[in-house]
Design a protein around this ligand. Structure first.
Ligand code: 5FU
Length: 274
């Protein structure tokens, strides 16, 4: 299964340009670390990304929390993406009908499709949300992640909901490149499917709720270590927010980014060596 392949080998399995580029970047930089930069000022946002850039494969944004947003910030973000060789993932969590999400993705203040290689969506509206986002994202070579599970306590994304999210993704393999999930989705919702097809299935698993120094926060977030996430649960990309950018000055932030990169990569190397 894909769990035992190298990231570089898996890049060959993917035709979606965003999935291929992400896997190649991970292999090239020896980093399965995505930093989530959830700060509210443009200057802090860009400064933190410049500090962590060398250690990451992907930066995750919530662009709508930036208070002093100007579109020129996106130009600076793209420059940093080229300078440090990482991709961009706007964690927009679209959740409406296809026609509406196509507008939200392409238009408005943020024009997410014009700069974000990867974005994500809740499967709650049904497959029309994929059709709508794909009508904008596929011509631009973008990739979509479906939220099959969440890291927060009491999430409703479990059981049959998770299985149906995976089934929706299987029906749209050109645009849906993987999941937000807490474990590999191999075999989930796969009753009655051909076993060789399933053995070759290669979804990317991006996993938030990663921290080395805390178990959670006061609002339901739950943290696991890179080792639990990558080695034990077979996930592909660790997403770390406050564990990195919340750690003080630039030198501390840089040290944490390097620490998580090392931990995530060691867990992957151990995984593929067994
Ligand atoms: F889909 C999800 C999820 O299930 N849990 C999350 O925490 C997304 N997230 C995001 O990852 C969340 O919106 C934050 O941007 C980030 C986690 O940040 P933390 O500071 O590492 O807790």
């Amino acid at each position: 299964s894909a769990r035992l392949l190298t990231y570089a080998q898996r890049a060959e399995n993917h035709h979606n340009p965003a999935a291929k580029a992400l896997l190649e970047t991970i292999g090239r930089k020896k980093s399965n670390l995505c930093v989530s930069v959830d700060v509210t000022k443009q200057a802090d946002f860009l400064r933190i990304i410049d500090v962590v850039g060398p250690y990451i494969c992907l930066v995750k944004t919530h662009v709508d929390v930036i208070e002093d947003f100007e579109f020129s910030m996106i130009d600076r973000l793209k420059e940093l993406s080229a300078k440090h060789d990482f991709l961009i993932f706007e964690d927009r969590k679209f959740a409406d009908i296809g026609n509406t999400v196509a507008l939200q993705y392409s238009s408005g203040v943020y024009k997410i499709s014009s700069w974000s290689h990867i974005t994500n969506a809740h499967p709650i509206p049904g497959p029309g949300i994929i059709t709508g986002l794909s009508s904008i994202g596929t011509p631009l070579g973008r990739g979509l992640i479906l939220l099959a599970e969440m890291s927060s306590k009491g999430t409703l994304a479990s059981g049959a909901y998770t299985s149906q999210a995976v089934q929706m993704a299987r029906a749209h393999r050109d645009f849906v490149i993987g999941f937000i999930a807490m474990r590999r989705m191999d075999g989930v919702g796969a009753e009655g499917l051909d076993s060789t097809d399933l053995a070759n299935e290669d979804f990317l698993i991006l996993t938030p709720g990663v921290g080395l120094d805390a178990k959670g926060d006061s609002m339901g977030q739950q943290y696991r270590t890179p080792r639990e996430v990558v080695l034990e649960s077979g996930c592909d990309v660790i997403i770390v927010g406050r564990g990195i950018y919340g750690k003080g000055n630039d030198a501390d932030i840089q040290a944490q980014a390097e620490r998580y990169r090392k931990e995530g990569w060691a867990a992957y190397e151990e995984r593929i060596s067994v």
